[in-house]
Design a protein around this ligand. Structure first.
Ligand SMILES: [Zn+2]
Length: 302
């Protein structure tokens, strides 16, 4: 088992343990409340009588209802509700196991997996900027709506979006807003600076560690900031970059870039093969940002 898998397993077992421990403490507190045990015993007896063929069903049912009301009152007297006595897992889809019933990985598993990968690459996960933070007066209205529609469309033929423009035109901000919107929809997102691409590609090429490259290929949304600033490693950067892009485009996954580069510079830096993938209008959208600097908007504290 890899170190990463061990860390993830520990993350989920700690999470479950915390929820279960709290429920157990609450159950103990409930049992210590005056009258709770007697009430529980009467509920059990009544239940047995109800399902044991006792003819006086109506009376027993009524009694049971008042016993449950009494139980709620007892719990309330010690500051508890029925719900507090069962574990509350933070992910309702997988009960903090990381896996769905069919054995596939839950979204929350992917999220934590990506966060651990980022920290291995020397990056920390920060909350994304949001569309709610946008100063819409600085934002051409029709474009704002177009972006919102885009991230909410079920299927879009253009899953690759390139935000181009000089520094200070709001392109990274806008890309983060899109990532945020898609993450809120439950999609897994990886957002990294282009300068970190080689960290991932090098590990695959020289250490045989393909976890990072696979994550770049399979994450629902991949956002790469400042494409063009990364150095080119001979026989590595372009080759892995093409594979990642190709796999993602073939599978219709969202891939976003910000760049200072113009369209002509793509083929110079990345070869014609990659440039044609980035600039193919059937699958990619090249968007020139001309917004004023909207990056000074405060990052949310949550
Ligand atoms: Zn989950």
């Amino acid at each position: 088992m890899s170190q990463l898998s061990i860390e993830i397993n520990k993350y989920f077992s700690d999470k479950r343990e915390r929820a279960e421990r709290l429920a157990e403490q609450n159950r103990q507190k409930a049992e210590d409340a005056p009258g709770y045990k007697q009430n529980a015993l009467r509920i059990l007896r009544n239940h047995a009588a109800l399902f044991g063929g006792n003819p006086d069903k109506a009376r027993l049912q009524k009694e049971q209802e008042s016993l449950f009301a009494e139980r709620r009152a007892i719990l309330q007297s010690v500051g508890l509700t029925e719900a507090d006595t069962v574990p509350h897992y933070s992910c309702e889809s997988c009960n903090d196991t990381g896996f769905m019933q069919d054995g596939s990985a839950c979204r929350c598993y992917q999220q934590i997996y990506h966060r651990l990968l980022l920290s291995e690459w020397g990056l920390t996960h920060k909350p994304f900027h949001t569309f709610a933070e946008c100063d819409r007066s600085l934002f051409p209205e029709q474009n704002y709506d177009r972006f919102i529609r885009y991230v909410h469309s079920e299927t879009s033929p253009t899953n690759t979006v390139i935000f181009s423009g000089p520094a200070g035109t709001g392109k990274s901000f806008l890309m983060e807003c899109m990532c945020d919107e898609l993450e809120k929809q439950g999609k897994s997102v990886i957002c990294i600076p282009a300068t970190h691409l080689n960290t991932v590609f090098r590990r695959a090429e020289f250490d045989g560690d393909t976890q990072g490259v696979n994550a770049l290929i399979h994450t629902d949304v991949l956002a790469i900031d400042d494409l063009g600033t990364e150095p080119l490693l001979t026989n590595v950067t372009r080759e892995y970059f093409f594979n990642v892009l190709n796999e993602r485009q073939q599978n219709g996954r969202f891939t976003f870039f910000t760049t200072n580069m113009t369209q002509n510079m793509f083929s110079e830096k990345y070869t014609e093969r990659i440039a044609s993938r980035l600039l193919d209008r059937n699958i990619a959208k090249f968007y020139e940002c001309r917004f004023p600097d909207i990056r000074n908007v405060k990052r949310p504290t949550t």
